[in-house]
Design a protein around this ligand. Structure first.
Ligand code: S3P
Length: 429
């Protein structure tokens, strides 16, 4: 288990780019593999989660070349994947296992999906139930709730599904199965979750229509290989946005960040808290909006966060709680029960860690109330094996009373392999 000691920052300054978007990187491999022709991907995130997806498709017979800059995925067409001769290990990646469930349900072969000790605890019925309604045969521990999952692929029929959760993983699993299903598949969700699957499926020529919180896909149409340019991950930029706001005198430019409106809840939330963030050089790359983000040190104040804003910032609540702890007044997060079933229970993990830093936090079933303070006490935090908890507490360490240690930080490699070098670079100024 590796620990990292972070020192209070004298300043946070400079210009950085963050690695490619994790969600888009997963989808580029999946769609590239089942398209006809060679898909090229630049900006691919070579984090552990995405490598799990890449290795899964290699194991199913897809040739993927990587020259260090560009991936070349030799697509096998909708029905060209072949049975993996071993269990497919999705590591820590919820997106890999849940989206693969949908895609593999429509194949003419058998697959077994598993993951690390954290992934094997996470709920899978949310995808197994709708896929079973389409005709999929999926078995797993705890009646299909937990991995390992065994999937006997076969004929599927389209369904109309009202998802009880706003989850892009659930929506995407059903849409991927829908590519193989007879007829039309419709998914509705309570709030719009990230729409990268819809955008990329359209880009690859799928028969898909999205309107508000409803998506329809018709099965049977072959996909065509495309060029994909992956923008910087706003979920990785989020750590440096918060650093740029809470460290006195900070000014940071984060270039080439994806600003898809289903992901920019973090910018809206931090601006509502009084954060000085400017979007520059707005452009569109490969069907995804991109901008440079200029952030300057600000006096933040507490706000209430609920409803539609929650899925638009779902991965950012650990670092939002750090910003909230450095704001005046209190911040109340509700409607965020999903945080309890992420890589770890993120409400409990952040409440426990922030309390170690001297912050008053009240936990609720579906969120938390964070009371602002001036400075964090020196703390020794535990990541709970969750990359975003680890990075959030390291950002908190930049404004602590002295040097702070975070245990179990190797998990950061799942999503942000160069986090430490960027942290050191910006704190050098
Ligand atoms: C993701 C969807 C979200 C998010 C995860 C990535 C995706 O999960 O938390 O990090 O790429 O589809 P849920 O679908 O569980 O909300």
């Amino acid at each position: 288990m590796n620990s990292y000691t972070v020192h209070p920052a004298k300043c946070v300054k400079g210009e950085i780019t963050v690695p490619g978007d994790k969600s888009i990187s997963h989808r580029s491999i999946m769609l590239g593999s089942i398209a006809n022709g060679v898909t090229t991907v630049t900006g691919f995130l070579r984090g552990e989660d995405n490598m799990s997806t890449l290795n899964a498709f290699k194991a199913m017979g897809v040739q993927i070349e990587d020259d260090g800059v560009t991936l070349r995925i030799h697509g096998k067409g909708l029905h060209g994947l072949t049975e993996a001769d071993d269990v497919i290990d999705c590591g820590n990646s919820g997106t890999s296992i849940r989206l693969l469930c949908g895609l593999l349900a429509g194949q003419s072969f058998f697959s077994v999906l598993t993951g690390d000790k954290y992934l094997r605890k996470r709920p899978m019925k949310r995808v197994v139930t709708p896929l079973a309604a389409m005709g999929a045969k999926i078995a797993g521990r705890a009646g299909g709730e937990k991995a390992p999952l065994g999937i006997t692929g076969g004929a599927l029929s389209g369904i109309s599904y009202e998802s009880p959760v706003a989850s892009a993983q659930v929506k995407s699993a059903i849409l991927l199965a829908g590519l193989y299903a007879r007829g039309e598949t419709v998914v509705r969700e309570p709030h719009l979750s990230r729409d990268h699957s819809e955008r990329m499926l359209r880009h690859f020529g799928a028969d898909i229509e999205a309107s508000g919180t409803e998506v329809r896909v018709r099965g049977g149409r072959e996909l065509q290989a495309r060029e994909i340019v992956v923008p910087g991950d706003i979920s990785s930029a989020a750590f440096f946005l918060v650093a740029g706001l809470i460290v006195p005198g900070a000014e940071l430019l984060i270039k080439g960040v994806g600003v898809n409106p289903t992901r920019t809840g973090i910018i809206d939330i931090l601006m509502l808290m009084g954060g000085d963030i400017t979007l520059l050089n707005n452009r569109e790359i490969g069907g995804e909006p991109v901008a440079d983000l200029l952030v300057r040190s600000s006096n933040l104040h507490g706000i209430e966060i609920s409803g539609d804003l929650v899925p638009r910032a779902i991965d950012e609540f650990p670092v939002i709680s750090v910003a909230a702890a450095m704001a005046s007044g209190k911040t109340v997060v509700s409607d965020a029960r999903e945080l309890r079933v992420k890589e770890t229970d993120r409400i409990k993990a952040m409440a426990d860690n922030l309390r170690l830093a001297g912050v008053i936090v009240d936990e609720a079933d579906d969120g938390m109330t964070v009371y602002g303070t001036d400075k964090f006490k020196v703390f020794h935090a535990d990541s709970c094996g969750d990359h975003r908890i680890a990075m959030s507490m390291l950002i908190a360490g930049l404004v602590a009373d002295g040097s702070c240690t975070v245990d179990d930080v190797e998990c950061i490699a799942t999503s942000f392999p160069n986090f430490f070098s960027l942290l050191e670079q910006v704190s050098r100024g």
